[in-house]
Design a protein around this ligand. Structure first.
Ligand SMILES: Cc1ncc(COP(=O)(O)O)c(C=O)c1O
Length: 338
């Protein structure tokens, strides 16, 4: 039987990645939307929390108590369902969603207010900047502190995925927030980078040092730090194993598409590394199986000339593996190995 392209997840590597962030944070809340299968491994093998963005996602997880639910234009009915399911941790980024929660609040909750940080490298238009302005946050905190249903209060922000440059968070927080004595958490979001062909490696140590410094500073004020990695945990434990179905000139066509296996190639502009690729030599374009001109995994990849029928394996391929049904493409199989 002809094999099909598939994702292969190493459970051991998922746990290794998790432990790296667990060591530098008080609470790890895995961003579940990055890769659901990785999330299910973490649910079983660790005690991490989860960032969850829909009731459908919540229904896939066994422990609603471990979930931080991110409000986005929610309504009374949705909030009632969440309370009924036992969710008690919420993140809100705008006043309407906050008021909707306050009007329908039940029991004791933990609440994070999302704050917008200055984004130096995000150009408006492509990216929406979420969150309250810091002045609004500074007014809301003392008021929310009076609410007897809110047992724990914190500030949340998230910069951008694959963030390699903007990690001076302590300075920005000091500039923005007045009420460190009234908050229990600072959630620094995700953004920790993974290794791709088009990103420099070796920056991680510097980022980790900045995060550790921030955690120390927060802990000295009795504030716990939460981190929400997605890509950092999910990318490297996963390979995308594909089969070469055609080679002509220096074009290699494989049996899946960026549209069902690596949307991140054009959404976040990342280029997956290929197993055994070289630094120079014969250059190949690796093309997906649809007729779309954007269906390119890699443009100039240096490889030993393969044969039709050989496997071509992409590394660190586990982040944002959501897919589209363009050209009736099917979702790829996922297998988990120890
Ligand atoms: C609020 C929030 N937290 C965490 C993440 C995870 O980001 P990353 O996968 O870059 O770690 C995202 C991703 O979009 C996010 O929006």
């Amino acid at each position: 039987m002809m094999s099909k392209a598939r994702f292969i997840i190493s459970k051991k590597k998922v746990i290794e990645q998790y432990k790296k962030v667990q060591d530098i944070s008080d609470i790890v809340s895995y961003s579940y939307k990055t890769n659901y299968d990785v999330g299910k491994i973490l649910e079983k093998e660790t005690n991490c929390d989860f960032c969850v963005h829909s009731i459908e996602s919540l229904n896939q997880l066994k422990y609603p108590k471990r979930c931080w639910f991110f409000a986005q234009a929610w309504n009374k009915k949705e909030i009632e369902i969440l309370f009924k399911k036992g969710v008690s941790k919420f993140v809100v980024d705008n006043i309407n969603d906050l008021n909707m929660l306050l009007e329908n609040i039940q029991g004791n909750i933990s609440l994070l207010l999302r704050m917008r940080l200055k984004e130096h490298t995000v150009h408006t238009g492509k990216h929406f900047v979420y969150g309250f302005y810091s002045e609004e946050i500074n007014k809301l905190i003392p008021k929310l502190k009076q609410n007897k249903n809110i047992k724990e209060l914190g500030i949340h922000f998230h910069r951008k995925t694959q963030n390699v440059s903007e990690w001076s968070l302590k300075e920005e927080l000091e500039d923005s927030i007045k009420h460190f004595d009234k908050i229990d958490f600072v959630d620094i979001g995700g953004g920790l980078p993974a290794v791709y062909k088009n990103y420099r490696v070796g920056i991680l140590q510097g980022i980790f040092s900045k995060i550790i410094e921030l955690k120390k500073w927060l802990n000295s004020q009795n504030i716990k730090m939460i981190i929400e990695p997605g890509r950092f945990i999910a990318a490297s434990p996963v390979i995308l194993e594909t089969n070469i179905v055609n080679i002509y000139k220096n074009n290699i066509v494989i049996d899946c598409s960026v549209f069902n296996a690596a949307m991140d190639t054009f959404v976040a502009h990342i280029r997956l590394k290929i197993k055994n690729e070289r630094e120079k030599g014969e250059a190949f374009t690796i093309k997906g199986c649809t007729p779309d001109s954007m269906d390119i995994f890699r443009y100039r990849a240096y490889l030993d000339r393969p044969d039709i029928g050989d496997k071509l394996v992409f590394l660190n391929a586990g982040a944002y593996t959501y897919s589209s049904d363009f050209c009736n493409l099917q979702k790829l199989d996922v297998i988990i190995v120890n």
